[in-house]
Write a protein that binds this ligand. Structure first.
Ligand code: HDD
Length: 721
C-alpha cells in the first residue's frame, strides 16, 4: 500500500479491526508505518487535537509547525471553479471500436476492435456553481478524455447538438447574460431571468439551441440516459491523408429519457445531487453506463450541398439526410477515488487531438482552441497541469518544456533545446507518418469581421426541431417558455421574445404569449435584426430530397429506445401485514429485469408480511419521495393497506407519481389507496392474475412515462393549452 493512503480508520484485517472504539484509538503504536499520521515532510505526529501552547491556558506558539502547516494547507484548499461547467461528475471507463475505421482515420484507437482505450468522462451543467443543484434546466456537458497510445484526445461536447452562438467572440456575452445577475447574484443556475432573455431576444442565431434548451433534453432523467454530441464539424484523416468531414455522437444504450419540470424542481430541493448520485450508484451497482459512438460522415466534395453551412455550430446534420453510423462503444465502469484529484482537476481541451482527427474552420471551434488551454493555466495554477495524474498521457511525454509551478517530472541532462548535439539530438522528431500533421487545407481570404451568408438562416432548424416533437414534447416546450419568460420582468424583452418565437412558429409564439402578459404575434411591430443589422423575415426552407427535411423523427424522444427496466428505481410501499407472495413476485421480477426495488415504510428496521416474514426497510416514508423513483407499487393485504391509508405521505406519493406520468402498480386491496383521479394509462391494477399484473407493470416501467396523463387534475406545470 502506498504511503499516506490511509486516513487511519481501522479496516478488516488491519490492526484495530474488531476492537471497541476506545481500544482502536489506542492501537496506534501497533500500526504499520504507512498508517501513521505525519506532516507533509513525513514527520510522525503523535497529537493533533491541541495546538502547542505556553501553558494549558496560554497563547498558541508560532513554533507549532504542525498547526501552521495544517491550517495553511486548509486555507489554500480551494482552486477557482470552472468559469462555466463548474458543477460536474466524473467516471472512468473504456472505449472499443466495433470495426476498423482505417478507411476514414489513422487514429490508432479507432483501428482495432480488440483494443480497449481508457477514458474519463465528466458530465456537467453549464451555468451553476460547484454546489448548485443537478436537475436545473440547462445544457449538460459531456466531455470525454481518451487516453490513447498516441496521446490524449478530448471530445468536449454537450448533450445538445447545437450551440447558442456562431462565433466564439460572443461566448463571454452569452455566459454573462445567463449567469446570476451581477448586482445581487440572483438567480443561481437558472436562465429564467431578465439578462439571459434580454440577450437572447437580440440574438436570432440562438433560436435553434433555445428550442432544445426549452425541451425535455434540458432536464435529463440521468447522465446515463442522454445523448452526447461533439457539436462542431471535425475532420477524420486517413493514412493516405484523405479527409472527411465528421460529426461525433454518443448514443446511450438505455435510450434518451427526461424528467418532467415539476419533478426536476422538486428534486433540486430533495436531492440536489440527484444526477451525481445516480451515476455513482449505478456504477457501484454494476449498471455500467454505455454509449455507442456514432459518426456522421460527409465527403469533402459535398461540403456545399446543404442549405446550412457545415461550419455553423448552430446547425445539425439531420440524421435522415446523413445517417449516424455506430462505430464503437464506451462503457463507464469505475467511480473516481477522489473527487478533487480526478473530477475537479481534469482539464479538457478541444485542442487535445491525435493524428487522424483534425479541426475545421468553424469560428466557434477556432475560439475554443484558445480558451481551454488558457483557462487551465489559471484554474490549475500553471503550465504543468498535464502532469496531474488524471490528465497524464499514457503515451510517453518528452519535450524541452521546463520548470513552472508544480513541476513533478525530474528532467535529466543538460539540454532543453532543439536541435542539439550534447543530448544526442533527443528528443528527436517523429517521422511525419507517425506524428501529428495538420491537414493541409488551402486557406485564402481578406481579413474581415463577418460570417458566411449561409450562417444567416437562423430559424429553419429551430422550426425543424419544434415540428419534429410529439404533442406532449411540444407542450412541455411551451410550458418551459411560459415559465422562463414568465419570470422576466421587462415587458419589452417578453414582447421581443414573442416576435422571435414567431419567426420559428406562429402557434408556438401565440401560446406562449397567452400566458406572459404580452400581445400575441402579428408579424409586425417588433423588428428582429441579426448581428449585421439585417431585418429578418419568416423564411421557410423547402424540403428537398437529399438536401433538407421537413421533420426529423430522430429529434423526438418519443422514438427513443424503450422496453428495458434496467437500473430503474422502483418504490415498494409496505405497511405491516402486506401479502408476502405478491411482494416476492414483484421484487423477484423487478430484480430479474435489472431494476432496483426499494422498500419504503413508516419506520426504518423491518416490516412484516401477513405470515410474519420480516422484510428490511430501505427508506422511511419521511425520507423517500416519489420524485426519487421511476415507478411505485403497492401489494395487497388488508392490515397493511389500512396502515398505509393513515399516512399522508402515501397519498402524496401516489398523486405525485401520477402527476409526473410514472407507472403505478397496485394489487387487490391496495387499489383503495388510489386517489379518485389516479387512473388511466400506466396505472396498473392487479387482481387474481398476479403474474399477469407483474408483467404489465414491468412493461409500463419500460415505457418510462405516460405523458398522456398530464393536464389531468393536479398536473402542476403542465397544461393542455
Ligand atoms: Fe466550453 C468548459 C462544452 C463552447 C470555453 N465547455 C466546457 C466543458 C464542456 C464544454 C463540456 C466542461 C469540461 C469539463 O468537464 O471540464 N463549450 C462546450 C461546447 C461548446 C463550448 C460543446 C460549443 C460547441 N466553451 C465554448 C466556447 C468557449 C468555451 C465558445 C470560449 C470561447 N468551456 C470554455 C472554458 C471552459 C469550458 C472557459 C471552462 C472550464 C474549462 O473550459 O476547462 O474554457
Amino acid at each position: 500500500m502506498p504511503r499516506n493512503r490511509s486516513n487511519g480508520t481501522p479496516r478488516d484485517g488491519l490492526p484495530g479491526a474488531g476492537m471497541g472504539k476506545e481500544e482502536q484509538l489506542h492501537q496506534y503504536q501497533a500500526r504499520p508505518e504507512d498508517e501513521l499520521l505525519t506532516t507533509n515532510q513525513g514527520v510522525r505526529i503523535p497529537h493533533t487535537d491541541d495546538s502547542l501552547k505556553a501553558g494549558e491556558r496560554g497563547p498558541t506558539l508560532m513554533e507549532d509547525f504542525h498547526f501552521r502547516e495544517k491550517i495553511t494547507h486548509f486555507d489554500h484548499e480551494r482552486i477557482p471553479e470552472r468559469v462555466v461547467h463548474a458543477r460536474g461528475s466524473g467516471a472512468h471507463g473504456y472505449f472499443q471500436v466495433y470495426e476498423s475505421l482505417a478507411d476514414l482515420t489513422s487514429a490508432s484507437f479507432l483501428q482495432d476492435p480488440n483494443k480497449k482505450t481508457p477514458v474519463f468522462v465528466r458530465f456537467s451543467t453549464v451555468l451553476g456553481s460547484r454546489g448548485s443543484a443537478d436537475t436545473v434546466r440547462d445544457v449538460r456537458g459531456f466531455a470525454t478524455k481518451f487516453y490513447t497510445d498516441e496521446g490524449v484526445f478530448d471530445l468536449v461536447g454537450n448533450n445538445i447538438p447545437v450551440f447558442f452562438i456562431q462565433d466564439a467572440i460572443k461566448f463571454p456575452d452569452i455566459i454573462h447574460a445567463g449567469k446570476p445577475e451581477p448586482h445581487h447574484e440572483i438567480p443561481q443556475a437558472a436562465t429564467a431571468h431578465d439578462t439571459f432573455w434580454d440577450f437572447i431576444c437580440l440574438m436570432p442565431e440562438s433560436m435553434h439551441v433555445i428550442m432544445w434548451a426549452l425541451s425535455d433534453r434540458a432536464i435529463p432523467r440521468s447522465y446515463r440516459m442522454m445523448e452526447g454530441f461533439g457539436v462542431h464539424t471535425f475532420r477524420l484523416v486517413n493514412a493516405e491523408r484523405t479527409s472527411h468531414f465528421v460529426k461525433f455522437h454518443w448514443k446511450p444504450l438505455l435510450g434518451v429519457h427526461s424528467l418532467v419540470w415539476d419533478e426536476a424542481q422538486q428534486l433540486a430541493g430533495k436531492d440536489p445531487d440527484y444526477h451525481r448520485r445516480d451515476l455513482w450508484e449505478a456504477i457501484q451497482q454494476g449498471d455500467y453506463p454505455e454509449y455507442e459512438f456514432g459518426i456522421q460522415v460527409l465527403n469533402e466534395e459535398d461540403e456545399h450541398k446543404f442549405p446550412f453551412d457545415i461550419l455553423d455550430a448552430t446547425k445539425i446534420w439531420p440524421e435522415e439526410l446523413i445517417p449516424v453510423r455506430r462505430v464503437g462503444k464506451m462503457t463507464l465502469n469505475r467511480n473516481p477515488e477522489n473527487f478533487f484529484a480526478e473530477t475537479e482537476q481534469v482539464a479538457f481541451h478541444i485542442g487535445h487531438l491525435v493524428p487522424g482527427i483534425d479541426v475545421t474552420d468553424d469560428p466557434l471551434l477556432q475560439g475554443r482552441l484558445f480558451s481551454y488551454l488558457d483557462t487551465q493555466l489559471l484554474r490549475l495554477g500553471g503550465p504543468n497541469f498535464a502532469e496531474i495524474p488524471i490528465n497524464k498521457s499514457v503515451a510517453p511525454v518528452r519535450n524541452n518544456q521546463r520548470d513552472g509551478f508544480h513541476r513533478a517530472q525530474i528532467d535529466h541532462g543538460r539540454t532543453a533545446y532543439f536541435p542539439n548535439t550534447l543530448g544526442l539530438g533527443c528528443p528527436a522528431l517523429a517521422a511525419p507518418a507517425d506524428g501529428y500533421v495538420h491537414f493541409p487545407e488551402p486557406v485564402e481570404g481578406v481579413k474581415i469581421r463577418r460570417r458566411s451568408e449561409k450562417f444567416k438562416d437562423y430559424f429553419s432548424q429551430a422550426r425543424l426541431f419544434y415540428r419534429s416533437l410529439s404533442e406532449p414534447e411540444q407542450r412541455h416546450l411551451i410550458d418551459a417558455a411560459r415559465f422562463e419568460l414568465g419570470r422576466v420582468e421587462s415587458p419589452v424583452v417578453r414582447q421581443r421574445m414573442i416576435a422571435m418565437l414567431d419567426l420559428v412558429d406562429r402557434e408556438l409564439a401565440t401560446r406562449v404569449a397567452e400566458r406572459i402578459g404580452v400581445e400575441p404575434p402579428t408579424g409586425e411591430g417588433v423588428e428582429i435584426r441579426d448581428a449585421a443589422g439585417e431585418a429578418l423575415q419568416r423564411r421557410e426552407v423547402k424540403a428537398e430530397k437529399g438536401r433538407a427535411v421537413e421533420v426529423s423523427p430522430a429529434l423526438s424522444q418519443m422514438n427513443t429506445v424503450k422496453g428495458s427496466i434496467q437500473s430503474r428505481r422502483v418504490a415498494v410501499l409496505l405497511g405491516q401485514g402486506f401479502e408476502g407472495e405478491q411482494f416476492v413476485a414483484l421484487k423477484t421480477r423487478l430484480e430479474e429485469g435489472g431494476a432496483h426495488p426499494d422498500v419504503i415504510s413508516l419506520a426504518l428496521g423491518v416490516v412484516k408480511a401477513s405470515d410474519g416474514t420480516p422484510v428490511p426497510v430501505d427508506k422511511s416514508s419521511q425520507v423517500a419521495a416519489s420524485v426519487l423513483y421511476d415507478a411505485v407499487c403497492i401489494p395487497g393485504g388488508a392490515e397493511h393497506v389500512q396502515a398505509l391509508s393513515e399516512l399522508d405521505e402515501v397519498d402524496v406519493f401516489l398523486c405525485e407519481a401520477f402527476r409526473h406520468g410514472k407507472p403505478i402498480g397496485v394489487v387487490a386491496e391496495a387499489q383503495e389507496l388510489l386517489p379518485p383521479n389516479v387512473k388511466g394509462p400506466g396505472v396498473i391494477v392487479g387482481g387474481s392474475d398476479l403474474a399477469g399484473f407483474v408483467e404489465q407493470f414491468v412493461a409500463a416501467i419500460g415505457q418510462h412515462r405516460f405523458p398522456e396523463r398530464e393536464g389531468a387534475r393536479g398536473g402542476v406545470g403542465n397544461s393542455r393549452r
